[in-house]
Design a protein around this ligand. Structure first.
Ligand SMILES: Cc1ncc(COP(=O)(O)O)c(C=O)c1O
Length: 350
């Protein structure tokens, strides 16, 4: 069986080498990460480096307790992972098998497709149509009826389309399978999906510290769900995929939601002028409350991205098969970095 591979984005070192510039001049507008260094995390990581000779405690009880406290849940309703990505792959192994089927709304986060293929499951990709990619409710409900797993990215990467609790609950009610809400960007829209797992035994919610908590390099996320779903993922989880340093960072971050609130607020301030400047360049900017902007730029999308990359600015392109090959996705970064993006785009588009 040939399993599709995740296509890794080129690294900053590779991009710098190709562009003939110093790696410090490269700015990543393609990863939906946060532009500001987290000073508290740097200090805390240094302090916890003393534990590097030992393994982390395999149950990660501290993260479970901190996440449980954040969402008014019990530690048995939480399983941690090395980022939401690890949990996506584990959930596919836990709930899908050769011959079983899953559904999602496309375009969406590509790892769901890879996770399904890795376990031999079929994935029905229900299309959300341009120009606004709104949720195709009837079609996803129909697909959900036939599915063992429904992957919902809420709000969706890359379209930034959000779903209401009523829409998600309609899908949950329609299926005997498991609905997995990937809430990687939930902090940006303020919807608290994690707590809904108390009401639905077939709902799993994925969270990450990579986005609103600015800890992408620490690789920590967690899932919330009914204890029986959590236990199935826990049984497949490697014992120590979250490093000691990351455990401590996660525990601090989870007890300080105000730190995420500050980042979300600052990025909202940076997003508005970036969206306006991209629109002035003639791009169609899709509405967004998250830390990225999807823009329809036209058939030169790939060429524009290449020209930017040769100037050290990396943006997200999409393959033809995604239907988004005329689009680029830009991460909202600091106002200064965003200005560098738009002034460079002006040069490139001349
Ligand atoms: C929708 C979605 N899910 C999951 C992830 C990965 O999160 P993590 O860094 O926690 O693995 C991303 C990262 O871009 C994402 O956009």
């Amino acid at each position: 069986m040939t399993v599709p591979r995740y296509k890794w984005q080129p690294t900053t070192l590779e991009i710098a080498a190709a562009a003939g510039i110093d790696p410090t001049e490269v700015i990543r507008f393609d990863h939906n990460t946060t532009p500001w260094p987290t000073d508290w995390a740097v200090e805390q990581a240094a302090a916890s480096a003393a534990s590097l000779n030992e393994y982390p405690g395999a149950s990660y009880l501290g993260i479970r307790q901190a996440a449980a406290a954040r969402h008014n849940l019990e530690p048995e309703q939480i399983v941690p992972g090395a980022g939401a990505d690890e949990l996506i792959l584990l959930a596919a192994r836990a709930f899908l098998a050769p011959g079983s089927s899953a559904a999602t709304i496309a375009p969406t986060y590509p790892l769901y497709r890879i996770a399904c293929a890795q376990v031999g499951a079929k994935l029905i990709e229900v299309p959300a149509a341009p120009p606004d990619f709104t949720v195709p409710m009837d079609a996803i409900v129909d697909a959900a009826r036939e599915s063992n797993v429904v992957w919902l990215c809420v709000p969706n990467n890359p379209t930034s389309v959000d779903m209401t609790p009523a829409q998600v609950e309609t899908i949950i009610a329609a299926t005997d399978g498991i609905v997995i809400v990937d809430a990687a960007y939930a902090e940006f829209v303020g919807t608290e999906w994690s707590e809904s797992v108390d009401r639905f035994s077939n709902l799993l919610v994925l969270r990450t510290l990579s986005k609103a908590f600015a800890l992408a390099g620490a690789r920590v996320g967690y899932a919330t769900g009914h204890p029986s779903l959590i236990d199935q993922i826990d049984g497949l989880r490697p014992p120590g995929s979250i490093a000691n340093l990351s455990v401590e960072l996660a525990q601090t971050a989870l007890s300080r939601p105000d730190m995420a609130d500050e980042i979300v607020a600052a990025l909202a301030v940076a997003r508005a002028p970036l969206a306006a400047d991209l629109a002035k360049l003639g791009f169609r900017v899709l509405p967004s409350e998250v830390n990225f902007l999807l823009c329809e730029v036209g058939p030169e999308a790939e060429e524009i991205a290449t020209a930017l990359r040769m100037r050290g600015l990396v943006v997200r392109t999409f393959p033809v098969a995604s239907g988004l090959n005329n689009y680029l996705r830009f991460t909202v970064r600091s106002e200064e970095q965003n200005r560098r993006l738009t002034t460079t785009l002006e040069e490139v588009l001349l």
